[in-house]
Design a protein around this ligand. Sequence first.
Ligand code: PGA
Length: 252
Amino acid sequence: MKKMMIAGNWKMNLLRHQARELTQEIILKIGDVKEGVDVILAPPFTALDIVGGLIAGSRVMLAAQNVFWEDRGAFTGEISPAMLMDAGCKWVIVGHSERRGILGETDSIVRKKINASLDDGLNVIVCVGETLQEREVGKTIKIVQSQVESALVDLELEDLQRLVIAYEPVWAIGTGKNATPQEAEYVHTTIHEITGSIFSQDSERIRIIYGGSVNGDNIEELLHMDNIDGALIGGAGLDADSFVKIVKLAGE
Ligand code: PGA
């Protein structure tokens, strides 16, 4: 069985003192979390140092929500993979639908970010998923396939150990509507077929997590599915009790 992953994406929320309080509460409540779950917190850049300091020595890992693909130079406002590593990050989220949709990130930008991050030693969570409109016209698999293929095109099989795919149907993010476990499982299974056709049977080892309105009440059913290896949590991750409940359920 693959190791479960629960990642909290805090998005553009929480001032530093709020990030400190939430992290302290999570660390306290998470206590004896089972070894079988990778727990990740992705605060905004401004709180990376505070959260990183508080989780040091615990099993919780730090992630950034975005990255640039160059190492250094005249790229005002951007942050490189090396800078994120220096700030204590082990992971970075790339290609979130809010960045694709609001900031205009294309598949080729997403690919550059993945490659630069992996090259510099970061682990990557790459997000894929269809919009409601795409779903309604039956294009879910087509969209997910092109995003996955584009994300993986330059990678070697061993890179897959440091890459997690997050399937996040855009219509389910922050809306309270989530895909049914069966709908999510169908797409996750298809993603495995896609990675299998790019690499080999071994790509079965790649973890695929689900995201979109996941909470303490609906996580259990999702995690019962064979190909759902965890979750990327937005809103519910801003509440320590809900987040810890999700982590504990993932460890059962
Ligand atoms: P949500 O966000 O859980 O608030 O729907 C998930 C995400 O965007 O990663």
